[in-house]
Design a binder for this molecule. Structure first.
Ligand SMILES: [Zn+2]
Length: 109
């Protein structure tokens, strides 16, 4: 008699392993690609959330760049970092970078 695939317990263990692996990948990607500290990224996203509704997105990173200048962030490092996580204009930074980096799941910060 042959077994029909993995048991429920095996499937559960595999799902747990997959989640742990994907968290580890996200963590490594953050370490490699994100130049902001989580607190700084949260501050940037809060700034964009406050400014974008009134200013609108000019399909540029004007608001993000102004924030970087005001906070002494090196734009030459920050811009490609945000672009890596899908932020190539102000509204995309707000929409994409948070879910891509999952900064809100980083309880240790
Ligand atoms: Zn935009």
């Amino acid at each position: 008699m042959s077994r029909r695939g993995p048991s429920k317990a095996d499937q559960k263990a595999a799902r747990k392993r997959d989640r742990a692996e994907s968290r580890a990948r996200e963590s490594a990607e953050w370490d490699e690609q994100m130049v902001l500290e989580p607190g700084e990224l949260r501050a940037l996203l809060a700034h964009l959330g406050a400014e974008l509704p009134a200013a609108g997105c000019g399909h540029s990173l004007a608001l993000t760049r102004a924030w970087a200048a005001a906070h002494g962030e090196d734009w030459a490092r920050l811009q490609p970092s945000l672009a890596h996580f899908g932020g190539s204009c102000d509204c995309e930074v707000l929409a994409n970078v948070d879910p891509a980096t999952r900064v809100d799941t980083w309880a240790r910060y």
